[in-house]
Design a protein around this ligand. Sequence first.
Ligand code: NA7
Length: 540
Amino acid sequence: MTQKTTHLDSLVIGAGFAGIYMLHKLRNELGLTARVFDKADGVGGTWYWNRYPGAAADVDSIVYRYSFDRELLQEWNWKNRYATQPEILAYLEHVVDRHDLREDIQLNTAIESLAYDEESNLWTARTDGGEEFTARYVVGALGPLSTANFPDIPGRDTFAGPLVHTGAWPRDLDITGKRVGVVGTGSTGTQFICAAARTATHLTVFQRSAQYVVPSGDGPLSDAYLTECRETYDQIWDQVFNSRVGCGFKESEISATSVSPAERERLFQESWDAGNGFRFMFGTFSDIAFNPAANEAAASFIKSKITQTVRDPETARKLVPTDYYAKRPICNSGYYETYNRDNVSLVSTKENPVVRITPAGVVTEDGTEHELDVLVFATGYEAMEGSYNRIGIQGRAGTTLRESWGDTPSSYLGVATHGFPNLFMVYGPNSVFCNLPPGIETQVEWISEMIGSAQRRGVTRIEATATAEDEWTGMCREMAEQSLFAQTDSWIFGTNIPGRKRRTLFYFGGIGNYRQKLREVAAADYEGFTLEGQSSLTPA
Ligand code: NA7
C-alpha cells in the first residue's frame, strides 16, 4: 500500500502555551502552512492534563498570560491573584478561537518519529495513527515538564483503587469522602494537599523531602487593580521582560547580609504577608539563591513559621527542611495549617520508607499498612529531555537525539541543537529559568523571526554549530554552579530521577539578559548558526 504523505511548511508538536502561539506566528504572520499535533483530545498542554484538585498557576495571573495580544489584555480579566487550571484552560481555548487556529490543530495524534533527510532537507513525521507528514521546519513545543516520573514501587499495579499521576488526572475522579494517599510534596503535591484535605475523609502525605512553602496571598482582584493593570500593561511587560524571573514584582538588589537582623526580619515578614514564592526568594534580597548566609536567614525565617504554625511537634519536626532553600520556590494557601487538621497525617519516607503497595494501600517500613481508596503520585516529571526522548528523533546521518544528548541534554540558547537542522525547541535544555509564559513568548517570537528571516533570504537550512552549543552549555553550567540550586536535588538538575547524573538544565542569567543575548545573536546574523541553501519551500 502506498503511504500518502502530506507536505507542510512547518509542523509543531504540542498544543500548550508554546504550540498555540507558534502556530499563530508561523501561519498567521509568516504565511506558512502549519499544523500542530497533540496527543490529547483538547488544547492546553500542561493545563489540559493537570486537572488535579487545587491545580493553579502560582505566578500572579496578571503576568501568567500572553503579552502579544494587546487587545486581549484589555478584554480578559482574571478573577483572582492566581488563575486556576479551569480558568487557564478556558483562556487558552479562547486564544485558539480568537486567532482562528483550531482548524490547524490535529488532536488525538502523537508524533511517534521524526527523521531528517539531508538530500531533500525535509523532516518526515509519523503519527501513532500511521499518517505521514513532511515539513521543512519542525518546532517541538512539548513542554519542559510533561513526561511523568512514576516511581516503580513494588506492587504498584496491585492497588485496588484509582492510582493516578497528577499530570494525567482523570476527568471523572472525585476524591470526596475517600481515603487518599499522596506521594510527593513539590509545587503540585502541596497544591493538591491543601485542596484534598478539604474533601477527603483522610489524607496521608508521603513526604520524601520537606519543602519550604510560603503563603500565596491568593484572593480576588479588585476592579480598581484590574483597571490599573489594563492601563499600565506596557510598563508591566517592560518590567517582566527586563527582569530576572519575570514574575511581575520588583526584584531586590540588596544583599540579605547588608542589613541588620531586625530589618531582614521586617522584609521577610512583609513578603510573607504579601505572599508568593518567587517574590519571597527574589523580591526580599538579591542573594538568597547564591549566598549561604542569606539563604540561611531566609530558611530560618520559614522554619520558624513552620514550628509556630504546626501544633503537633513531631509533625512540625518532619516538615522542617534540612537542605538549602534552593529549589523552585513554592507558595500556597494554608499549607502548614493543613497539618493541624484531624484528617491529615504525614509520613516521612526518609525515616520510614514505603516498602510496597498492596491492593489496600501503602505499607511502610515500620509495618503499617496505610489503607487508601485513592493513591496519587505528585512525583513530578522527567524534565526537558523526557518529552524529546519519547519521540524517536533522527537528525543528520541517522544520529538520534537520544544518542546525541546522552546523559547531558544540551542546546544552543535553549532553542536548537547541532545535528538537527531546522528543528527548533521551545523550552529545550538550558532555556531561561523564569515565569514560563513570558519565557515561551520570547522563544516563540525569536524562532519565528529567524524562520521569517530565512524565508526572506532564501536560506533553507538553519543549524546550531557544535561550538556555539558547547559554549552556551558551558556558560549555563558555570552560572548554575554559582547558585545554591546546584547544591540541592530537584528536577532543575535532573536529579529527581533515580540514577540520573546531575546536569544543568537552565540558564540562570534571568529573562532580561537572555533576551539581550537573543537580540545580539540575531543582530550578528544569527551568530552560532550556519545558514545555508537557496530553494523554495515546496518540495519538487
Ligand atoms: P517536583 O517539584 O519534581 O516534585 C515532586 C515531588 O515528588 C517531590 O516532593 C519529590 O521528592 C517527590 N518524589 C519524586 N520521586 C519520588 C519517589 N520515588 N518517592 C517519593 N517521593 C518522590 O514536581 P511537581 O509536579 O511538584 O512540580 C514540577 C513543576 O511543575 C514545578 O516546579 C512547577 O514549575 C510546575 P524530593 O523533593 O525529590 O525528595
